[in-house]
Design a binder for this molecule. Structure first.
Ligand code: NOJ
Length: 540
């Protein structure tokens, strides 16, 4: 068992998933080994040395299970399989073996909230009202006018209820109608999904990133969700209501505890939750007595505007709200959100890297952010993402954040010998891994330096966090152990600013700087920060 002692503030920070760095591989877009234009498991195995060299500790691979691909793998028709598109079970076993051989970990995407409508369970459930699997999904009668039982909305647009002609009931789907939600109140469902997780744990996977963890249980009375007075036209229609009855129900924590009991029965496994909730709700997913998710994903750097004051406050709120033995984490990008370099620009992407890799808590990177990949504009007639296709009058497609990884300056940037499934960026001949490997000043080189420093310095991977200063341009904080102290000063704007906090006196040597100006300089009590500058200072 690896659990920290409940109630102790002495979280060691020594477990692999605490001191390590997680890297999300969106499997379709990482590396294609067979020329069909779609990334695959073998392709990922071929690139493990790259990840190892970067300094990554753990690869999270997005769903590769059998799927009709209506939601690109998040609609699973057989949890214990590998879709032909991504390879074979042998390819998976090899990937796991090769990952472990390099001293890295592999975690899988677990999608327990819903299945594909082509999953055998759902086929059975919809075959008749008295099928034994009927109650494995969420069914409801129409009201007197033939309408759904309540106003709940699907994340991908429209009502969350779909009428089933044959058996004359509605079923609930939080996403596409081809993704019916499982009924987690049914103990048979619980057992069946846990059984599937066991299958992968027995193979030796190191944990799971659990998809939409906060959705798993819905209000048992199906009460209407209230309106959202802050709804804006450009948002998904889902945001018209506040999903207070369809998500984040108290009973969800019992389910997570069952998952955690299972992962804890294997050594050194980790349970990560995908959860989009405000900080105080989010931290409840550590569970009472730390028996929930070890890492409820913290998406604040993704969702907040790039404003130093807001970010500084969010860091403090998060640090303050963490339960005693809860280990923090920070996510800088994922396959559902606009790319970091698009959001903050090229220069600030460097500042963001320094922020992510000097904060307290496990960092999660999204493939390609280490080379500054940008969103790729996809013409409407090439749009593939169901979220974009189902709400065509809004700009909601996630395709731009999922374009294939550019590896070098050969055809299709070395991603595939075929036609990439999704348009690649125009500048892949310049912005690619190989080009950055050859350039000591590249973003990739910076990531490597930051990662190496973080690994080497306990103060940076497990030391305490202490806020020092923030204003409308700067953020400064300390990372410290009893032995060593680092001061990090970041300029989140492109304008210069004097850093001379009244209440904090310091003297030290700059050990890493984003601009050449301050490298190796000794600084005392004040620093002239140029725009887009970031410094790591080892204090005396
Ligand atoms: C969250 C995943 O990250 C997203 O890509 C997917 O569409 C939904 N869950 C549904 O599974």
């Amino acid at each position: 068992m690896q659990s920290e002692k409940p109630g102790s503030k002495t979280v060691s920070g020594d477990l692999w998933w605490q001191k390590g760095i997680i890297y999300e591989v969106y499997i379709r877009s990482f590396n294609d080994s067979n020329g069909d234009g779609i990334g695959d498991l073998k392709g990922l195995t071929e690139k493990l040395d790259y990840l190892h060299d970067l300094g990554i500790d753990c690869v999270w691979v997005t769903p590769f299970y059998q799927s009709p691909m209506k939601d690109f793998g998040y609609d699973i028709s057989d949890f214990k399989s590998v879709d032909k598109m991504f390879g074979t079970m042998k390819d998976f076993d090899e990937l796991l073996h090769e990952t472990h051989k390099r001293g890295m970990k592999l975690i899988l995407d677990q999608v327990p909230n819903h299945t594909s409508d082509q999953h055998e369970w759902f086929k059975e459930a919809r075959s008749s009202r008295d099928n034994p699997k009927r109650d494995w999904f969420i069914w409801a009668d129409a009201d007197a006018e033939g309408n759904p039982p309540n106003n709940w909305l699907a994340m991908f647009g429209g009502s969350a209820w779909e009428w089933d002609e044959k058996t004359e009931q509605f079923y609930y789907h939080a996403f596409l109608k081809e993704q019916p939600d499982l009924n987690w109140r049914n103990p048979e469902v619980q057992e069946a999904v846990l059984e599937e997780m066991r299958f992968w744990l027995d193979k030796g996977v190191d944990g799971f990133r659990v998809d939409v963890m906060w959705h798993l249980i819905k209000d048992e009375y199906f009460r209407d969700n209230p309106d959202n007075p802050d709804y804006k036209e450009e948002q998904p229609t889902y945001n018209q209501l506040q999903p207070v009855y369809s998500t984040d129900q108290p009973e969800v924590h019992d389910i997570i505890e069952k998952m955690r009991d299972l992962t804890d029965s294997y050594p050194e496994r980790v349970l990560i939750g995908e959860i989009y909730l405000p900080i105080h709700q989010l931290v409840s997913y550590y569970g009472p007595d730390n028996q929930g998710a070890q890492l409820p994903f913290n998406f604040q750097l993704l969702t907040l505007p790039w404003e130093p004051k807001k970010i500084a406050i969010a860091i403090d709120q998060y640090e303050g709200a963490l339960p005693n033995s809860g280990w923090p984490n920070w996510v800088i990008g994922n396959h559902d959100q606009s790319r970091l370099a698009t959001k903050v620009g090229e220069a600030q992407a460097r500042v963001a890297a320094m922020l992510l890799l000097t904060l307290r808590g496990t960092p999660t990177l999204y493939y390609g952010d280490e080379i500054g990949m940008q969103d790729v504009k996809i013409p409407k007639n090439e749009m593939q993402d169901p979220q974009g296709l189902h709400m065509p009058d809004k700009d909601l497609s996630r395709d731009p954040f999922r374009s294939p990884m550019p590896w070098n300056d050969s055809a299709n940037a070395g991603f595939t010998t075929g036609k990439p499934w999704l348009r690649m960026a125009k500048n892949i001949d310049k912005l690619n891994v190989q080009a950055q490997q050859e350039d000591p000043d590249s973003l990739l080189a910076l990531y490597k330096k930051l990662i190496a420093l973080r690994r080497q310095e306990p103060a940076l991977h497990k030391g305490r966090y202490r806020p020092v200063y923030s204003d409308d341009k700067l953020i400064a904080y300390l990372r410290e152990t009893d032995e060593k102290r680092f001061l990090i000063v970041l300029n989140l704007s492109d304008k210069g600013r004097q850093f001379a906090p009244e209440r904090f006196k310091f003297k030290g040597k700059v050990i890493l700087s984003l601009l050449p100006d301050h490298e190796n300089e000794t600084v005392e009590n004040e620093i002239r920060m140029k725009g887009d500058e970031g410094l790591i200072i080892e204090l005396e």
